[in-house]
Design a protein around this ligand. Structure first.
Ligand code: PLP
Length: 489
């Protein structure tokens, strides 16, 4: 991908200045106009008054807050067609539109990029994001666990959690995980398991890794159903919960105890596209064995660099999925298929029976377009550039006397080379001087040359670079170093 085409970021700050935000806010219409202002007037209003108050979190290669991703040129082009044609990708109507074919093809291409078998992952759909995908994963897992425990056809989907649990002799459900993303607890709340059902079973000295004996003890508890969730790259550190052999152990434990295995791989997923080389050995191991899971949550609006909003959900249990998400008794929404339709077309399940929404945006098209435009090699190259920048920043922090790369190594013997190999696209650090560290994030962001987000690490403020934009290249490391050294001089 040609990153020299990126806009000259020196001209536009990453964030609008405070007075620009204030001005933009003051120009918003105070209320609904009785008589419309007209489309032309409003177009000028949006361009001149509203847009200057928006940030460039997605457009700028120097926005390193959260994990926002950017938008590739192919994806942006496709997204305009999505708006122009305004398809509702809900029911598979092979004689009326190919939108469901595009969605199916895009999902298959995503599987191919991730080295997952498109046929084995039979329940696949685009969601609004990884939060929704986690909701789907827990909803499927909840039904699976209770059916396996004895509720049988009297599923949660049909009779509700209380009745199905009673029939299965299950008193409580638990979600066993390590360093969960906040959205997992939200998902647990939505699907009726409750936020308190999420139990962290991490190792004391390596909190992202599973304490397998403790996990097993929880799984064995009588009368409790379990869903195991793997944090496939954690948002603060970018560290992976498993290393391939753990995935095999988790799979066996889940099989033995009738548990569902879900992976939250919002941004970790794309590491499956990396080459198997020494330099990526830690990352390769972090995503090894994901094919053993029952379901996977991913985000396309993060590292796939398509516009908001677009998440990915994959599960191997299509029948179970449609029993949970089926939209029954709406004859007018049945799939139409004519005599002429090739039988393969009819095998595409209607998206409205696979996820939360009935009416759905054609968010598959930007995914299809961007994967077609850049291919496996383009995505590999893009991710390698992002990792290179992250590791370049980490290397700078390691040799700096003012900053400290986090997390601290588990033992002083861990060499810097090794620590750099653990870096994916997130760099966590702090200033060594405590006072300086207190207001480091505002100082860095006040430059408006880059943006980083604040977090907490071991009770103290810390800073996070999250690199997720397709445009990043070597120039950005110089800019980052300048800003970092300027903040402590
Ligand atoms: C971003 C993220 C989520 C939530 O994704 P949304 O797209 O914001 O809904 C969930 N899990 C992890 C690990 C994430 O990084």
């Amino acid at each position: 991908m040609d990153t020299s085409l990126r806009p000259n970021d020196a001209e536009i700050p990453v964030l609008p200045f405070k007075d620009a935000i204030r001005t933009a806010r003051s120009k918003l219409l105070p209320s609904l106009p009785e008589t419309g202002l007209g489309a032309d007037h409003v177009e000028a209003h949006l361009r001149n008054d509203v847009a200057p108050g928006l940030n460039r979190s997605s457009q700028s290669p120097n926005y390193y807050g959260f994990v926002t991703g950017g938008v590739t040129p192919a994806a942006a082009f496709a997204d305009n067609i999505v708006t122009e044609t305004d398809q509702n990708v809900q029911v598979h109507l092979p004689d009326e539109t190919i939108s469901t074919d595009v969605e199916d093809r895009a999902l298959r291409m995503v599987c191919e990029l991730l080295e997952l078998s498109p046929n084995e992952w039979s329940h696949k759909t685009f969601t609004t994001g990884a939060t929704a995908s986690n909701v789907l994963g827990l909803a499927c897992g909840r039904d699976y666990v209770l059916q396996t425990a004895g509720a049988g056809p009297l599923s949660v989907a049909e009779y509700g959690l209380l009745e199905a649990s009673r029939l299965a002799g299950i008193l409580r459900m638990q979600v066993l995980t390590t360093v969960p993303h906040s959205s997992l607890r939200k998902a647990a709340s939505i699907v009726g398991l409750g936020r308190a059902s999420v139990v962290d079973v991490g190792l004391p000295d390596q909190p992202h890794r599973f304490d397998i004996p403790r996990l097993e003890a929880h799984l064995k508890e009588w009368g409790i159903g379990s869903i195991v969730v793997v944090s496939c790259a954690e948002v603060n550190t970018g560290l992976f919960a498993t290393n391939g052999s753990d995935m095999r152990a988790l799979r066996e434990l889940c099989n033995t105890h009738g548990a569902w295995l879900h992976v939250d791989a919002a941004f970790g997923l794309l590491a499956r596209a990396l080459p198997q080389t020494e330099e990526y050995a830690t990352l390769n191991a972090g995503v090894a064995g994901l094919e053993l899971a029952d379901s996977i949550a991913g985000d396309a609006h993060k590292l796939l660099n398509v516009p908001y909003d677009c998440g990915i959900f994959l599960s191997k249990h299509l029948e179970l999925g449609t029993s949970v998400f089926g939209n029954p008794n709406a004859a007018y929404l049945n799939t139409a298929s004519s005599e002429n339709t090739a039988s393969t077309d009819r095998t595409i399940p209607s998206p409205l029976n696979l996820g939360i929404e009935n009416s759905r945006r054609f968010r598959a098209l930007p995914v299809y377009a961007t994967l077609a435009a850049y291919g496996r090699e383009g995505y590999r190259e893009m991710l390698e550039r992002q990792i290179k920048l992250a590791r370049g920043i980490a290397a700078y922090l390691l040799q700096s006397k003012e900053y400290q790369l986090l997390p601290q190594p588990s033992s002083p013997e861990v060499r810097d080379v090794r620590r750099l190999q653990d870096i994916y696209i997130i760099v966590l650090f702090r200033a060594i001087d405590e006072q300086r560290n207190e207001n480091l994030v505002p100082r860095l962001n006040a430059t408006r040359r880059l943006y980083v987000s604040a977090t907490q690490w071991e009770g103290a403020p810390a800073v996070r670079f999250a690199i997720a934009n397709w445009q990043v290249n070597g120039r950005d490391l110089d800019l980052v170093k300048e800003v970092l050294s300027g903040a402590v001089s």
